[in-house]
Write a protein that binds this ligand. Sequence first.
Ligand code: F6P
Length: 328
Amino acid sequence: MSRTIKRIGLLTSGGDAPGMNACIRAVVRTALYNGLLVSGIYRGYQGMIEGDISDMNSRSVSNIIQRGGTILKSARSKEFMTEEGMKSAYHNLKAERIDGLIVIGGDGTFRGADEFSNKYDIPVIGIPGTIDNDMYGTDLTIGYDTAINTVVECVDKIRDTATSHNRLFFIEVMGRDAGFIALHSGIAVGAEAILIPESETDNAKLIEELELGWRRKKTSSIVIVAEGDQAGGAFDIANKVETKLKDRYDIRVTVLGHIQRGGCPTCKDRVLASRLGVAAVEALQGGDSNIMIGLKHNKINKVPLEQCVKHNNTINQDLMRIANILSY
Ligand code: F6P
């Protein structure tokens, strides 16, 4: 079904991710190119409720493709998940003559988008933007590639000091309930162990492996801990290991934190953001509603939002095996 869309509302919501600006640029320019108008909605769904909305033109998105963060700002709006909040948001869109919505964000953003487009007559398209890479239906989310490269850069630096002092470091990385950042960056930095929520952490085995590493005369050791690992955060795990390996290792802990969310997007993220942004506008014009635009096997993939919020992206368990072999 095709419907006439004249004005698109665009927002970013949830945790910001590098490449969101490149995607905003792509949506705005594609819409203008196709004769549509664009309204930028500030601070995600909260700005939709409060009517924090302004017109965007081609110059509003000049010189932002290389910038981290989001020029539209972001928020995690609890109010949007209430009936009243959603209703006010809808009335504000109607008042602004917005007849299609594009939301860039992660899981929580899509949950809101799914509910909103089921209740109201405004079609919504979701674009996956989160450093966590945990969205079902897409191989990549905007921001993930930049985040893992940031982690790699930081851990390489920690490796230098770890080697100089023969130390063991536990490094905690983001990812919420998912281990993509930990697993991929862990392989790239040659981590001695990687702890992720998708695979059970066995403390005794970890201690045994670190003991073996010490016997093999490793001059430094890095354990990457995903923040969502069931065994606890990097400090908890380091404390447990220290009680057993005190005479073997001098242990330090680093929590990388929000540094992983900032910075210039990589080329890969900019291209991904540009492709998804163009496809989202075209999908809206073509009559699609309540879907996510992702990328599968390097091709644009459309998935109902309902599916995206029900399922998670899955880890390739073989990568854990590879990481294990290579830490020998
Ligand atoms: O979803 C992105 C993310 O950075 C997660 O990796 C992390 O758990 C969370 O957001 C942190 O959120 P906040 O910035 O609200 O503390």
